[in-house]
Structures are given as C-alpha cells and as structure tokens.
Design a protein around this ligand. Structure first.
Ligand SMILES: *[C@@H]1O[C@H](CO)[C@@H](O)[C@H](O)[C@H]1NC(C)=O
Ligand SMILES: *[C@@H]1O[C@H](CO)[C@@H](O)[C@H](O)[C@H]1NC(C)=O
Ligand SMILES: *[C@@H]1O[C@H](CO)[C@@H](O)[C@H](O)[C@H]1NC(C)=O
Ligand SMILES: *[C@@H]1O[C@H](CO)[C@@H](O)[C@H](O)[C@H]1NC(C)=O
Ligand SMILES: *[C@@H]1O[C@H](CO)[C@@H](O)[C@H](O)[C@H]1NC(C)=O
Length: 946
C-alpha cells in the first residue's frame, strides 16, 4: 500500500475523485438546488396563469364574431342564430369570416372643429379664418397650396370642393363619390368596418360654402340594417403659400402637442404642385400620419390618404378638360378573409425577459461555486494534494455543463408539457443548439470572471445584479433597438458581443416567431428561417460560438497566471529553456553566502555545509534539501524591503521530524508557503525528493501532505468524505482506500460515535484540526508540512494527535511549526529556532538545552526575613549564581552547571532546613522554553544593535 503513493495519480483518477466530491457536495446543497430549479417552474406556471387569463379575456363574446337570433320558438328560445360581420361591433368584426367585405365611401381625414387652423398671433398670414368660429364649431377646414405656377395651382384648387350633388338612391356610393366626405374619427387596423360610421364623430361633407344647417343625409347599409347617416357641411378653404418652406413652418407651429389648445392649427392636407403645367402633372402631398388610434401601431392613417390623392387628381383633370370630366373614387373595400380568432401568446411576449432571467441565473451559481473554492483556499489545498489543473478544469467545466444542461432540459420540457407556445412552436433542434452554445459560453465566462473575485459574497451580489440588469436592459432598451429598423445593424452586433444581450436577442427572435406563428396559425422558427433577413439567430449563434472559444482560452490563461502564479508568458517557457534534468548544482551565490557564514552560529553553519555537500553528492535518503532559500517582500509605500527568510539551508532525511520554533512573524509561514508552492522564493531553491520547488511543483504535490494553519475544509462535506476525496487524489483505490480512510479516522480519533459522518462545518475546532492532520497524512505522502497542528486542542486530543504524528514519522519527513515547546520536544528529532528570517540554532532538543541552557534553576520559599540567609547559601554553592526572581520570600536563582553538583545542593538545603523553616524548594534543569526565550532574546537584541 505504501508503494502505490509513489506513483502520481493519473488524470482520470483525479477527475474521478473531484467528480465524486462535487456530487456529494451538490447533494448536500439540495435545498439551494431545489430552490434554483423551482425558479423556472414558478415562472412558467406564472406565464401559464397569465396566458389563461388572457385567453379567457380574448374568448369573451365581445371579442368573438357577433351573432343574432333570427328564429324564435314559441317560448322565446332561439332556434336559429346567424353570425357575421353584419351583427358585429367594431371589435367583434375582425374575427368573423368575411367572404365579401362591405364597400365604404372613401373618406378624408378632417381635423375636428376645435383643432382647425385659424388666425393666431403666431401665424403671420392674415388669410386664416377668424378664431371666433371655434365657439360655434363652424371653422372651415383648410388645404394649403404652393407650387411654381400660382395660376395653375389656384385653378386646380377651385375644382377640389364641389357643392353636393343630388343623390341617386339606387347607386349611393357612386353619387357620394362626387362629394368630399371626411371624418375626424381615427382609423383602425383593418377597414372591414369604417370607424367613421360607428363613432360619435360626425361625417363631414366638404363644400365651397356652407349655408346654415346645410348638410344632407344618405342611407347607409350597416350590417343588415340600413341607417340614415348625416353628413354635416364643412367649408373647405384653400390658401396659397409662397413656398413649401412656408407650409412647413405653419405646420410646425401648429403642432398640437407643443401648443396650448387655442394655438393648434391643423389642416386637411397641403399640396405642392411643383412644376406642374398643362402637360405634366407633378404633386407632392402633406398628410398627418399621426392620426391613428393609439392602440394601433402601423401608420393606419394611410386609409384616409387615397381620397386626398384622388381629390387633387380629379380637380386637375377638371381644370384641364372641363367640369364634365370625372375620375371618381367610388369605394374602398378590404380583402375577404376567413374567420379568425384573436390570439395573443403571452409567453412569446414576456418570454425574452423571463427566460433571460431563468437562464442567466445559472451564472452567479457557477461563479459563486468557483469563487468559494478560491476564497476558502480549497483550490490550492486540492492542488497541494496532487490535483492537477487539467482535471480540475475538465471536471469543473463538465460538471457545470451537465448541471446547466439538466436545468435547461427540465425547463424546456416542463414548458413544453404545459404547452408554452414559445417552446412548442419553435424547432427544438434550433432551441437545443442555441441553449447549448449559450450555456457553454456562460460557464466559460464564469470561469474567466472567477479569476477576478476572491469573495463569494461580492461575486454573488454582482452576479445577481447582472442577472436582473441584463433582463431589464434587454427588455426595455435593447429590444427597442432591435425593433427600430433604422438603428445601425453594426451597433446591434457590438451590443451582442455581451453574452447577456445575445441571449436576449436569441430569445427575442424565438419569441417573435412563436408569437406570429401562434397568431396566424403557422410554425415558429425553422432552420430555413435562419436565412430570413431580419432574423438575428444566425449571427448570434456565430458570435456566441466564437466568443466561447476565445473565452475558454483566455480564462485558462488568466487562471494559470492568477491562481497558479505562472509568468505571463508561461506557455513559452518550454521553448525558451531546455527542461533541465534533476541534476543539481550549487548555486553561484556561494561567495556571498560564505561571508554570511562567518556570522552564523557553528551549528547553523554546519548544516549549511552539509547541504552543500549533499548538493554535490545527492543521497536518496534526503527528503528535503533547502539551499539558501530567501524571500524578500519588496518595499511598498516607502517602507523598506522586508526580509521574511534570509538564506535558509536545511537538510532533512526520511523518517525525520523537524520542528521549527520561532516567535510570531519570524518567517516560519513564509518558509512553509515557499515549500508548498504558494509563493515563489526570491532566490535559492529547495529540493523535495530531488525535485526542484521552482520547476517541478506538480511532481512534488503528488507526494506531499499539508496541514495548513487554518483548516481548509468544505463545510458541507463529512470527515470521511474529505479523506475519501484526498485519498483518491493520492491514488488510493477500492479496499485500500476504505482501509486507509478508516485507519486515519481512527488514528485521529474521529471514527467512533458517528463523528466521521458529520459535516465538517459542525465539527469543533479541535476536530477540524485533527481532520486536517489526517488529510495531510492520507495516502502516505513522503513529505508533510504541519503548520501548528495542535493549536486549540484539548490535552487528550493533543496526545492522540501526537501519537498519530509519531507513528506517521516512520518513513517520511515532517516539517512542523509550533509554539508549544512540549510538542516540539515530544515529536521532533531536530529543532531549529527561527528568528527574524534566519535559523539561530539547530540540533536535537537535548543538544540545544545543553548548549543554551547550561544552568539549573534553584527555587526556595522561606519567610521574608530569611531571604538573606538563602542568598548566602546560594552564593556559597555557586559564586556566579544569578538571582532572576524575588518576591515575598520566594527566590529563583540560575546556577551555572559547571559550578554545582546536585548532591551539594541537597546537602546544603538539608543544612538550611535545620536552621530555619523552608516552606518549599526545588531544583530544575533548563527547559526548552528557557532556551527558546534566550535564543530569541539574544537574536533580537543582536538585530536591534546591528
Ligand atoms: C401657368 O399656368 C397657366 C395655366 O396652365 C398657363 O396659362 C400659364 O402660361 C402658366 N404660367 C407660367 C409662367 O408658366
Ligand atoms: C341612378 O343610377 C342608376 C344606376 O346607375 C341609373 O340607371 C339611373 O339612371 C340613375 N338615375 C338618375 C336620376 O341619375
Ligand atoms: C408672398 O409673395 C408675395 C408676392 O411676392 C408677397 O407680397 C408676400 O409678402 C409673400 N408672403 C410671405 C408670407 O412671404
Ligand atoms: C397631426 O396629428 C396629431 C394627432 O392627431 C396632432 O397631435 C398634431 O397636432 C397633428 N399635426 C398637424 C401639423 O396637424
Ligand atoms: C381606438 O379604438 C378602440 C376600439 O377599436 C376604441 O375603444 C378606442 O377608444 C380608440 N382610441 C382612440 C384614442 O380613439
């Protein structure tokens, strides 16, 4: 089993480990996931409900073709009903079958009396009628004229309005065609029923002069009934203007929206005869296209335009050929049509907005999940235990892709089942391609974005702002650009480079096709529609696909630079440098370091020499070899450079545990971080199992275990799952894996009482610590770094932890930092005291104590008046004794070892006891703690002096 760990785990083993861990992690997050998945379902149900309401509204009798009863039975019940446009109101008419549409007299658009042009202070021309006519509602309706030949223009205009001719009741429309009929009512989308005859607005008859109460009535067939329609006389006025500029000017000034009520000046139309003469007829016509029913959206007023064209053409003809010549415009008539149903597909209207939210909300989820592993340093932890970048990327990507795909599949499936037209009408294969490319792009963008965040909260908040912002901007801004045919296409494409907008565009196109398809009863988008000129689907598919490729590459690059700490041009390195073999050469900085050696303590210097020796003649038993490792943080904001590690040389063999002691801020963590690849050394290097930490970190990771100072754990995974995951990363499989996990759980006392299967988030601090240690040891790594492994542990757990480490020490090298001298003494074969970036001393605990202790501590407690006697006693024993503590009868002395013999001390104390009362006394050897304090003090004092 021990041997399997030598082999780094394969790509697929790592991928497998990560996948299993992710699945477990996701299972734990079930609540969040369910909420996530419920969101689209709720939106769809909302849509379905809205649709039902809309359908019910549309299905009301007032929206269906009108019917009437034509045959009653004796009880008054209806036996025969007929339906048709003739029994319908304006609203109902549009749904009836209309095999032969009715004919309507063509009408002019005539301004309502209160809006007609009159003389005002802002119009210079005196020829407008006086404003007093507004009070009686008898203002004339004006036509403005201009052209090169005024004689001709006025001549033509004189023929435009004719006095009403007598009506031939057997051919009403023909005789009406002689009159200039008009209305102030607004037009409709269709002209099956002419609104003028159904509204409260009167029908006007334009005449040159109106006698009082003049007007006439004519019979009009409205459906099955004939009504007498009144035509009220309106005086038609034609006014000549010098140029078209003058006309524009007057129309501009009279515009209704910009003026108060009395300053409005609306006209019927204006004609510019241009260069017309007896042989050529050339005319341009102003008309007001703003006249339309607000609920419509096309330039509906066009329905009233033909009559104004005919009016002037007929007048010109009469001007040339005499009044007998007539070119009459008899009627207007819609095209026949079958029965239709008013249909409004709400999903297609709201779809783009709703579905943008639904799809894009995956983005913050993916992003948060990526940033979480980064924020908690889990990514680096996994890396340190052998997870390569390749498997990490592949599995994470594939994983998010599968999750997104399932989400999208569920979404479309559910939508289709409940009959959302958006899904059912459009070709599923187009939808598939579109969604698939988009979610790929979205995941790639999340990977890229993750490189720039280090905090889950920020990432999530920004992600959701993006979700809602994109939907709203899409629905309320981008869509208007899409609908505006005059908006430059290039700008739309530029906007579509933002993935959110390409998503919106795609959904918008799908919605557009399904809306029309539903309204007119055809299919939605098909592949052949991709070549439609207005269909943007093809362009966004291309944009998204290309973008996806680019983003994946950029994201991988950025990830390598940002999180793996490689250089900006890392991919060129293989070309620039020949991969050097593991042949090791002492660095060229020997000269410089020799100078430094002079100041070093002999034990440290000896270690340095040993390292140099080993560099020249490598030995297989050396696990770790640090060669003059340095770390300098550059000075910032005017501060001087900070030397975190100043040239550390250290050789560690298999089976050795090296304890690193040192005050806070001494550089221990910087050293460990260099060794585990978190930071790069400024100079020097280290070899782990013969691999250079500067070049072959990936190889080192496979055989390394780390117990970081702060526990890096997934809150929702259990202890066992953590160990299974890291075990798999270390290439443990099957029964061996299960066994190793169980052993290590037992080892750190996390096996019994169901603790192993509790989520790590619920562990106490001590349990987390023990789990971290177990993780660092799983899979038999050859080199293990433990950064203060026992902080925060109760004595019992600490003892069991120590036993684990002791057992683990057998065939590996361990570097351990600690503040507990007891721990160092208990576990470590060798100790180094590290102060201010360099080793002050190195050796096994006994040696150190011998070297730096060199004295006993003698303590005695008596009553205060015997203090002097005690001191004399000590002086006699050892003239160079040093009192280090004295308070109310208790005194402590340091006695140099070479001056005293323990037996003498006992004799002296016995003698003293007979002379006065000794309450307590003791003699102690120097502790490691004393050594530590001494070394740290002297090193710091030295540094302060120098
Ligand atoms: C203007 O038109 C009238 C009528 O067609 C014509 O008799 C006259 O010569 C024209 N005047 C000019 C300047 O062309
Ligand atoms: C009325 O119209 C009919 C059909 O066009 C025609 O036969 C008849 O002569 C007209 N009557 C008059 C008085 O013009
Ligand atoms: C139009 O032209 C006539 C004759 O050239 C001139 O008297 C009149 O002032 C002009 N009207 C305007 C409004 O310019
Ligand atoms: C055109 O019609 C609109 C709507 O009826 C009206 O507000 C506007 O004043 C009209 N413009 C002119 C120049 O008549
Ligand atoms: C538009 O037409 C509808 C009926 O078709 C009518 O109810 C509505 O009042 C009209 N709107 C305007 C501004 O005339």
């Amino acid at each position: 089993m021990a041997d399997t760990s030598l082999e780094p785990s394969s790509f697929w083993t790592q991928a497998n480990a990560l996948l299993r861990k992710n699945l477990t992690f996701q299972r734990r997050n079930m609540r969040t996931n369910v909420r996530l998945i419920l969101f689209p379902f709720i939106l769809i149900l909302l849509l379905v409900n809205i649709q039902t309401l809309v359908n019910r509204e549309l299905d009301k009798p007032s929206n269906r073709c009108g019917c009437t009863c034509v045959e009653n039975n004796a009880n008054g019940g209806c036996t025969r009903r007929v339906c048709g446009i003739e029994y319908s109101t304006l609203d109902q008419g549009t749904t009836c079958p209309i095999p032969s549409p009715p004919e309507w007299p063509p009408l002019l658009q005539i301004p309502a009396p209160q809006y007609r042009a009159v003389r005002t202070d802002f119009l210079s021309d005196a020829d407008f009628p006086d404003g007093s006519c507004k009070n009686t509602g008898s203002c004339p309706a004006t036509v403005l004229l201009t052209g090169i030949n005024q004689t001709l223009g006025l001549g033509v205009a004189g023929n435009m309005f004719s006095s009403s001719s007598t009506l031939n009741s057997s051919d009403i429309l023909y005789s009406l065609a002689n009159n200039g009929l008009g209305s102030a009512s607004k037009t409709e989308l269709t002209n099956f029923l002419e609104p003028a005859f159904f509204s409260n607005e009167p029908v006007y008859d334009l005449q040159p002069q109106c006698a009082a109460n003049s007007g006439f009535t004519f019979p009009l067939q409205l459906g099955s009934t004939e009504v007498q329609q009144e035509a009220r006389c309106v005086q038609g006025l034609h006014l000549w203007r010098n140029s078209s500029t003058d006309i524009n000017d007057e129309l501009f000034k009279g515009y209704r929206k910009g003026n108060s009520e009395r300053q409005i000046n609306e006209i019927i139309a204006a004609y510019d005869f241009l260069n017309s003469n007896g042989s050529s007829y050339n005319v341009s016509i102003w008309y007001n296209s703003t006249y339309k029913n607000d609920t419509g959206n096309a330039p509906l007023a066009l329905m009233r335009i033909p009559r104004s064209v005919n009016l002037v053409s007929n007048a010109y003809l009469q001007f040339l050929l005499g009044p007998a010549t007539k070119m009459l415009f008899e009627f207007v008539k819609e095209m026949p049509k079958p029965a239709t149903q008013v249909k409004l597909d709400f999903s297609s209207l709201l779809g783009p907005l709703f579905f943008t939210w639904v799809i894009i909300q995956l983005f913050p989820v993916v992003l948060a999940s990526l940033v979480y592993e980064k924020q908690q340093n889990l990514r680096i932890m996994m890396k340190m235990h052998g997870l390569g970048d390749g498997p990490y990327w592949m599995i994470s990507y594939a994983y998010f892709l599968v999750v997104s795909s399932i989400y999208m599949f569920g979404f479309v499936l559910f939508g289709s089942i409940v009959g959302i037209k958006f899904f059912t009408l459009n070709d599923y294969s187009i939808q598939f391609v579109f969604y698939f490319i988009y979610i790929n792009l979205q995941i790639a963008v999340a990977f890229l974005a993750a490189a720039f965040f280090s905090n889950v909260k920020t990432a999530t908040v920004l992600g959701y702002i993006l979700v809602f912002g994109t939907g709203l901007l899409g629905g309320f801004l981008f869509q208007f650009f899409l609908q505006d045919t005059s908006f430059p296409k290039a700008w739309i494409i530029v906007m579509e480079l933002y993935p959110g907008f390409s998503l919106y565009r795609g959904l918008y196109e799908l919605g557009d096709y399904s809306f029309t398809g539903n309204a007119i009863g055809t299919d939605g988008m098909r592949w052949k529609n991709l070549s439609d000129s207005t269909n943007g689907m093809r362009e966004i598919l291309i944009i998204m696909f290309v973008e996806w490729l680019l983003v994946v590459i950029v994201a991988y690059y950025v990830d390598q630079v940002v999180s793996s700490g490689k250089g900006y041009l890392f991919f060129l390195e293989n070309f620039r440098r020949k991969p050097s073999s593991s042949f090791r050469r002492p660095s060229l900085r020997r000269q410089e370091s020799k100078v430094f050696v002079q100041m070093e303590k002999p034990d440290v210097a000896q270690e340095r020499e040993k390292v140099e020796q080993l560099l020249l003649e490598p030995s297989a038993s050396e696990a770790i070899l640090c060669d003059d490792l340095k770390k300098v943080y550059p000075g910032r904001d005017g501060n001087p450079e900070k030397f975190a590690v100043r040239g550390l040389s250290l050789a560690l063999s298999q089976g050795e545990c090296f304890g690193m002691l040192g005050p806070n801020g001494a550089g221990k963590t910087s050293f460990i971080n260099m060794m585990i690849g978190l930071i790069k050394p400024s100079s020097g290097t280290a070899y782990v199992q013969g691999l250079d930490i500067k070049k072959h970190m990936d190889g080192i990771y496979a055989n390394m275990g780390v117990c970081p100072q702060h526990d890096l754990l997934w809150e929702t995974l259990t202890g066992r799952e953590h160990l299974l995951f890291y075990g798999r990363l270390k290439n443990l499989k099957g029964a061996a894996l299960i066994q190793a996990v169980e052993e290590s759980l037992k080892g750190v006392n996390l096996f019994y009482g169901g603790v192993a299967d509790k989520q790590a988030g619920k562990y106490s601090g001590g349990m987390k610590r023990r789990l971290s240690v177990a993780i660092s040891l799983i899979g038999d790594p050859k080199v293990v770094y433990m950064d203060e492994p026992s902080t925060g542990l109760d004595p019992a757990s600490r003892n069991s932890l120590w036993n684990v480490v002791k057992r683990a020490k057998q065939n590996r090298a361990i570097i351990l930092t600690t503040h507990s001298m007891e721990e160092a003494e208990h576990l470590c074969d060798r100790l180094g005291i590290f102060v201010d970036g360099s080793l002050q001393c190195i050796g096994n605990p006994k040696e150190l104590k011998g070297r730096y202790g060199g004295s006993y501590v003698f303590t005695m407690t008596t009553s205060a008046n015997h203090e002097e006697q005690v001191e004399n006693l000590v002086r006699r024993l050892s003239p160079n004794a040093n009192r280090i503590y004295q308070i109310s009868g208790t005194q402590k002395f340091e006695l140099p070892k070479n001056e005293v013999r323990i037996a003498e001390v006992f004799q002296a104390v016995e003698k003293a006891k007979s002379k006065f009362t000794v309450q307590a006394w003791g003699l102690a050897d120097t502790t490691l703690e004393d050594v530590f304090i001494k070394v740290a003090r002297s090193a710091q004092a030295f540094n302060v002096l120098s």
